[in-house]
Ligand binder design. Structure first.
Ligand SMILES: C[S@@+](CC[C@H](N)C(=O)[O-])C[C@H]1O[C@@H](n2cnc3c(N)ncnc32)[C@H](O)[C@@H]1O
Length: 250
């Protein structure tokens, strides 16, 4: 794991919004979260393809630790809806954005209570204003997401077009994730949390350090609370490290 070890935890955050910024991860996120390939495969949404690695138990852990029942939880890369489904099951309100219409339809079927908008996360704030009811800037309590991944080498497909166009460029990819992060920073309320799940990838003998690279992008927009390792018994696909980057808005 190429990331810094997580700091020892403070008391879990449970109900009221924190009065001041957290300086340490809550207990649930202050140590690696162990998971298995079997648990992931059992909890994966039907039809989900191999670029999706979000584990339901990891979502439960983050949502419980960093939001209260009734809170608004958002995912700008909603995918197959793991974040929204688990957040709704835990009594949170949910809002998501997803580029691919067939995935939007799937999430709407899976999570009827979720507000899911078809569109591009690079336009997150504009899309949030079209939701019913409107999701206003500063109204989201927790953003938990996992962006589409990219390797720095041999990767013509552009992740932010859902790999549908061969316009991929690693530096531009990171810059565009920065655009999404900037809008997450506007959407989340002061004191609210932003958690991105990202992984390092070994591809054609070269490791792309997405955890560090995305961390640098996100550090420009939020205060970093810590990094939680997701410890797999066997990594899925070509992952070689997996982490939750945990931030808070000042
Ligand atoms: C890693 S998956 C998210 C997985 C999700 N957390 C889950 O567990 O199902 C990334 C998702 O982002 C979507 N996506 C790609 N580019 C996008 C964009 N520009 N705006 C919104 N969604 C996008 C992809 O279609 C994909 O479903």
């Amino acid at each position: 794991m190429s990331t810094q070890p997580a700091a020892p935890g403070a008391a879990p955050l449970s109900s009221a919004p924190p009065a001041k910024l957290s300086t340490a991860l809550p207990t649930e996120l202050a140590r690696p979260i162990a998971t298995t390939l079997a648990a992931f495969e059992a909890s994966r949404a039907a039809g989900a393809d191999e670029d999706v690695h979000m584990v339901a138990a990891v979502v439960d852990c983050v949502v419980s630790a960093l939001s209260a029942p009734g809170a608004l939880v958002a995912d700008p890369f909603a995918g197959f809806g793991t974040t929204l489904a688990r957040a709704a099951a835990l009594g949170r309100r949910t809002f998501g954005v997803e580029l691919l219409p067939e995935r939007v339809e799937l999430v709407r079927r899976l999570v009827p209570s979720a507000q899911v908008i078809e569109g591009d996360a690079r336009e997150l704030l504009r899309l949030a204003r079209t939701a019913t009811p409107t999701v206003d800037a500063g109204s989201v309590d927790l953003i938990l997401t996992s962006p589409p991944y990219m390797t720095a080498n041999n990767h013509p497909a552009d992740p932010l077009t859902a790999y549908e166009h061969d316009t991929g460029d690693y530096a531009r990819y990171l810059a565009e994730l920065g655009l999404v992060a900037a809008q997450c920073a506007r959407l989340v309320r002061p004191g609210g949390f932003v958690v991105w799940n990202v992984a390092d990838i070994l591809h054609h003998g070269h490791t792309t350090h997405l955890i560090v690279d995305c961390g640098k992008v996100l550090d420009r927009h939020f205060t970093r609370v810590g990094v939680t390792e997701i410890a797999w018994n066997v990594y899925p696909h070509d992952l070689v490290a997996d982490a939750l980057l945990v931030f808070q808005r000042q």
